[in-house]
Design a protein around this ligand. Structure first.
Ligand code: AMP
Length: 480
């Protein structure tokens, strides 16, 4: 199957050819004809499947006819985060280069005035985060009654971030007769309800189960003491000793932890950036750009900030914290091993994480081996009840499931700019003054990939540990 069989316009086909893509991905092949036939589409697909082009290409074809009127966008795309919104805009810029379309971004962290000026000029494609969009409609600067096509992207992430009431309000502001394209990676009951309410006889298009992890990714666990400083110690050693590490994303569960791990790595001489919702937009964009260009090889990130970002060729993913929701694990490690490349995903696991790891292993249908020399933390390391309670309170976690935050707080990256964001040191400083990934002489042997036949944590014969780095052999001290 080639793109020319899908019904796209000549201009769009030329733009696709210019990018070098010759074959549509399964979601593109299945969804594009339905979009062009002006049907509602329910697409179950995660990022990395080519789903953005699955709606951008037919939209460009449809938009070739007609003109935009002031303050009345013709099409509207809703995205959960500013970065994803910006990424969709890049797709329009790339594939729509031959067309004179006005594409506007309405995201938090950017001045209302500039956005207003754009809206006044007339917009063919409006790409927005829900909160900022509603702020504009409430100010009277935007009418959604001219929207012919509505895209709701990453709907399950919108649910996680508490955006569903906003989505429902927006759906009521656009005409009933509009065409709706709805994309989600999973179908929890709340999302099913929304699709039943707002989609009209949709064509269902589903590609690859969201719970599957790519076979080219080597997944490992490394045990750690449960204190944050123990985990930072393990992380540094993993970074120094990892084989073939070109670049890595280090995931933390909380914004606060992202800032702490980022600072700590900088202090230890690593060239590292950070990405979390409390950083202002320019710092987020700068960190992401530097990481994409390879100027900084390490990025510490939270789930919300990193979800769906298209960062090609990430060699390693580290879970500094094991995610509380198993599907977040699939999304995180999906940042590596893209397009058939090899990748490594290593989770730093404490005695507090056994339940979460169990849920992950159940979801992905396979067990995650311990790295050689690393084994499950002893039961005496189990959390005291009080600590467990504190952990579950999880105050700083971004986008906790069902969590509600005030709209403008969420859109501005959660603090709405009222409280100063934690200072994130520029990673450029470290990049200029320190080696990219500092080595630690004398360098111990690397942490090996798991042996397919002998896992030290389960082997019945005594394992030969002579080849292992010393820190992996250190007994874990029990705290009682
Ligand atoms: P997405 O799922 O939209 O985030 O896309 C993931 C990546 O696939 C992006 O880097 C796209 O540029 C790329 N891509 C999209 N469509 C194709 C295609 N037909 N062939 C090859 N790569 C593609």
């Amino acid at each position: 199957m080639s793109f020319s069989h899908l019904g796209l316009s000549d201009k769009v086909l030329a733009a696709v050819a210019a990018t070098g893509y010759t074959t549509p991905t399964p979601i593109q092949e299945q969804a594009i004809p339905h979009v062009l036939a002006r049907r509602d589409v329910l697409g179950i697909a995660q990022t990395g499947t080519g789903k953005t082009a699955a709606f951008v290409l037919p939209m460009l074809t449809i938009l070739e006819k007609g003109r935009a009127r002031a303050r009345m966008p013709r099409t509207l795309i809703l995205e959960p985060t500013r970065e994803l919104a910006a990424q969709v805009k890049e797709n329009f810029d790339r594939y729509g280069a031959g067309q004179k379309l006005n594409v506007a971004l309405l995201i938090g962290g950017v001045s209302f005035g500039d956005q207003d000026t754009k809206l006044t000029r007339g917009v063919d494609v409006l790409i927005a985060t829900p909160g900022r969009l509603l702020d504009h409609t409430e100010r009277g600067g935007l009418l959604l009654t001219g929207v012919e096509l509505l895209v709701i992207d990453e709907a399950d992430r919108m649910l996680d971030m508490g955006f569903i009431p906003d989505i429902e309000r927006i759906c009521k502001l656009v005409p009933f007769t509009r065409q709706t394209l709805f994309f989600t990676a999973t179908m929890p009951p709340e999302i099913r309800r929304i699709t039943e309410t707002f989609l009209h006889n949709p064509e269902k298009v589903e590609v690859s189960r969201p719970a599957t992890t790519v076979a080219t990714i080597t997944q490992l666990q490394v045990a750690s003491g449960r204190e944050a400083h123990d985990k930072r110690d393990v992380l540094r050693r993993l970074l120094r000793e990892a084989k073939d590490l070109n670049n890595a994303i280090i995931f933390c569960n909380r914004k606060r932890e992202v800032a702490v791990v980022h600072k700590s790595l900088q202090k230890h001489g690593f060239s590292v950036g950070a990405l979390h919702g409390d950083m202002d937009q320019s710092a987020r964009t700068a960190a992401l750009d530097q990481f994409r260009k390879g100027e900084i090889p390490l990025l510490v990130a939270s789930d919300v900030a990193a979800r769906g970002l298209d960062i090609p060729a990430v060699s390693h993913v580290f879970n500094f914290d094991v995610p509380h929701h198993a599907d977040d694990y699939v999304h995180r490690i999906g940042r590596t091993g893209r397009a058939g490349r090899a990748g490594t995903a290593i989770s730093i696991v404490t005695s507090l994480d056994h339940k979460s790891i169990g849920a992950i292993e159940k979801l992905i249908g396979q067990s995650i081996p311990f790295a050689e020399g690393s084994s499950k933390a002893p039961e005496s390391e189990q959390a005291a009840p009080r600590e467990r309670k504190e952990r579950s309170r999880d105050s700083g976690r971004e986008g906790s499931r069902g969590g509600r935050k005030r709209r403008h707080e969420r859109d501005a990256g959660s603090n709405g700019g009222r409280n100063p964001a934690p200072t994130i040191q520029s990673p450029v400083v470290a990049a200029a003054t320190t080696p990219v990934i500092p080595s630690s002489p004398p360098r111990p042997p690397s942490i090996g990939r798991p042996s397919p036949t002998k896992n030290p944590s389960s082997a019945s014969e005594p394992a030969d540990h002579s080849h292992l780095p010393a820190f992996l052999l250190r007994p874990v001290r029990a705290r009682v």
